[in-house]
Design a binder for this molecule. Structure first.
Ligand SMILES: Cc1cc2nc3c(=O)[nH]c(=O)nc-3n(C[C@H](O)[C@H](O)[C@H](O)COP(=O)(O)O)c2cc1C
Length: 241
C-alpha cells in the first residue's frame, strides 16, 4: 500500500514541478505583459474591436485618399481603432503588433495631433500612443493642427482634419541589428502601418490621406520629438464631406 502510494506520488510531483518550471519560463519571456503599469499622464483608450462588419475585400475596394472632411468629431472608439490598426499589440505574449516589423525591432512611434472639437471626450493636444498598454500619453495641450498644416507645406486638409496621425521612427532600434539595411526596413514599416490606418478608416467610413511632403525639422519641433525620433508620415483623418 505504502509502495503503491509512493509510486503514484513521484510522477505527480514530477508533473507539478515541470508545470511550475514551464510557467516560470513562459513568464520570463513576457516583458510586455508584465510591464502594464500606467505612467502618470497616460489615459486608457477603449478596447479595440476585433470583429468588424466589412470584409477585407470590400475595405480594400473602398480605400482611397480623402482630403475633404466635415466638422463632426471622431469618437474615442474610432481613435482607439485607428491607433490599434497602426501599431496595436496583437500578440501580448511577445509584443507582436498589427503591422510586421523587421526582427520585431518596432522602430515606429505614433502620435496624434487632436484639433479643437476633434475628438469627443478628448482635449485638443499632441498625444503619444503607447501600444503596450493601448494608452495615450499627453505630450502638449492645445490645437496644433494649423501649425502642423504650415509645416506640411500648407496642405489645407491638415488644418481641416479632426486629427492628424504622425508616424515617427527611431531608426537605431532597427539599424542596431541590421546595420544600414535597417534604414530601408524602417520606411517599409511606416508604409505597413499607414496602410493599416487607410484600411481601418475605410472600414469605419472615415476619410484619410497620408502625406510625405512636410518640413521634417518643423514637424520635429512642433511635436517636441526627441532627437532620435524622426517624423516619416502625417495622415489626416476626419469624416468625409
Ligand atoms: C509616400 C507617399 C507620400 C504621399 N504624400 C502625399 C502628400 O504629401 N500630400 C497628399 O495630398 N497626398 C500624398 N500622398 C497620397 C497620394 O497622393 C495618393 O495615394 C495617390 O494620389 C493615389 O490616390 P489614392 O490613395 O486615393 O489611391 C502620398 C502617398 C504616399 C504613398
Amino acid at each position: 500500500m505504502n509502495i503503491k502510494l509512493k509510486s503514484r506520488t513521484l510522477p505527480i510531483m514530477l508533473l507539478l514541478l515541470a508545470s511550475v518550471m514551464l510557467i516560470v519560463a513562459y513568464w520570463a519571456t513576457l516583458p510586455i505583459v508584465r510591464d502594464v503599469e500606467y505612467v502618470e499622464g497616460e489615459m486608457a483608450l477603449p478596447q479595440p474591436v476585433t470583429l468588424g462588419t466589412v470584409s477585407i475585400e470590400e475595405t480594400l475596394l473602398r480605400r482611397s485618399s480623402i482630403r475633404d472632411y466635415n466638422d463632426q468629431p471622431l469618437s474615442l472608439e474610432e481613435v482607439s481603432q485607428l491607433l490599434w490598426a497602426a501599431q496595436g499589440v496583437t500578440r501580448p505574449e511577445w509584443g507582436g503588433r498589427t503591422a510586421p516589423s523587421a526582427g520585431g525591432t518596432y522602430p515606429l512611434e505614433v502620435y496624434i495631433v487632436v484639433s479643437d472639437r476633434g475628438v469627443s471626450d478628448l482635449e485638443s493636444g499632441i498625444y503619444n500612443y503607447i501600444p503596450a498598454r493601448h494608452t495615450l500619453l499627453l505630450v502638449e495641450s492645445g490645437d496644433k493642427s494649423s501649425e502642423l498644416a504650415v509645416a506640411a507645406l500648407d496642405q489645407e486638409w491638415v488644418a481641416d482634419a479632426r486629427i492628424n496621425i504622425v508616424i515617427a521612427a527611431v531608426f537605431e532600434r532597427t539599424t542596431e541589428r541590421y546595420g544600414d539595411r535597417g534604414n530601408r526596413y524602417v520606411y517599409m514599416e511606416a508604409g505597413h502601418a499607414d496602410q493599416n490606418i487607410y484600411l481601418q478608416a475605410a472600414a469605419l467610413d472615415l476619410g484619410t490621406v497620408v502625406m510625405g511632403a512636410f518640413h521634417d525639422d518643423q514637424v520635429q519641433k512642433l511635436l517636441g520629438l526627441p532627437d532620435e525620433q524622426k517624423p516619416l508620415y502625417i495622415a489626416s483623418v476626419g469624416h468625409p464631406l
